[in-house]
Design a protein around this ligand. Structure first.
Ligand code: FE2
Length: 350
């Protein structure tokens, strides 16, 4: 009598055979070899439970009333997806060569002689279980790996989010120590982007990159940045340099996100009619993220208190943005912005 290895004993062997004698014989052979999980199925028309049973190998009779072995094979390989990879060994008593070929064609893996030598049956079943076990290990390994990658990706995403938020806060620290303006500009920009029909990835990227639009203010002296009164032309020129300082701080990255942030920093004060600053671009020459952030930035500045002005009521701010379509702002971006306002998505809790 041959005994199978310990690690295979818990694997599930299913025998489908209408004849009780054969089922009992198989059960005895398998039990003596040390198999611990054996399920015998007499009625081949009732295979609904087969997927739940989760077999590791199936020993299948061909001649059965109701539903023969070929039909069962077809079902296992066709309509029962979780069983597609389970090895099927077909009992052959008086099976003709065409029948053998048909069984192989339908996905049988091997044959068991009937009445068979116990040793040969056990060895064949064992060999298929060995492969089955490797397959399962590989499957769980790759699933594990996939989960790990997913978890790490999320961690990385969150770490980046965290860094971006802190960087944005640093950039606004002297004139808005809560950093709320930067977050709001990010959120409104992403909503405008969504209404413009941009893809989900790009929308999310704008939300994350836009808060860095004023990072160049780090390089502007307090005497100018925090000056309560009107700036002189010279001071204003220094103030305007924040777009180039910002772009140079963000330049040279290989990350798509940073590249977008760089573009936004450089172009968020451009104007549709070409009278803005940065590179002095106009119309479509201005990168779309820059055109979007321009609207979100101005709108947010209008509806909040600033050292030099009080907050405007929302309707007045919206009217101002609308009136600047085609002048300061890209008309299509303004249109998308108005949809954001209409759907009251412009209200942001931070
Ligand atoms: Fe700015």
């Amino acid at each position: 009598v041959i005994r199978i290895e310990e690690d295979l004993r818990g694997m599930h062997v299913v025998v489908i055979d209408d004849e009780a004698v054969n089922r009992r014989l198989m059960e005895r052979i398998l039990q003596e070899a040390g198999f611990g999980k054996i399920t015998l199925i007499a009625d081949s028309t009732r295979l609904e439970q087969l997927e739940e049973i989760d077999p590791d190998v199936i020993c299948l009779d061909l001649h059965m009333p109701g539903k023969d072995g070929f039909t069962v094979l077809e079902e296992i390989r066709g309509s029962l997806p979780s069983l597609r990879q389970v090895p099927v060994l077909v009992f052959t008593a008086d099976v003709s060569i065409p029948s053998r070929q048909k069984a192989l064609e339908l996905g049988a893996n091997d044959f068991l002689n009937k009445p068979g030598e116990a040793i040969e049956i056990v060895l064949r079943v064992r060999n298929f279980l060995r492969t089955r076990k490797l397959y399962k290990e590989l499957e769980s390994y790759s699933l594990d790996l996939e989960n790990k990658v997913q978890r790490r990706t999320l961690e990385l995403y969150e770490a980046t989010e965290d860094c971006l938020w802190r960087l944005a806060r640093a950039s606004e620290y002297r004139d808005d120590d809560t950093g709320e303006h930067t977050i709001r500009v990010g959120v409104v920009s992403s909503r405008i982007a969504r209404h413009l029909g941009l893809g989900a990835e790009e929308v999310d990227m704008i939300r994350r990159a836009a808060p860095l639009h004023d990072i160049g203010k780090i390089g502007i002296p307090d005497s100018i940045l925090l000056k309560p009164g009107k700036l002189t032309p010279e001071e204003y020129a220094v103030m305007r340099s924040h777009v180039k300082i910002g772009a140079s701080l963000l330049a040279g990255s290989s990350s798509k996100l940073m590249l977008m942030a760089e573009k936004i920093a450089l172009t968020h004060h451009e104007r549709w009619d070409g009278t803005g600053y940065g590179l002095g671009l106009s119309g479509d020459e201005i990168p779309l993220p820059g055109r979007i952030v321009a609207v979100a930035d101005v709108y947010d500045a209008l509806i909040h208190d600033r050292p030099y002005k009080q907050a405007w009521p929302q309707e007045k701010a919206v009217a101002e943005i609308r009136s600047q379509a085609g002048k300061h702002f890209d008309p299509q971006v303004v249109e998308a912005f108005l949809k954001v306002v209409d759907s009251s998505e412009s209200e942001i809790a931070v």
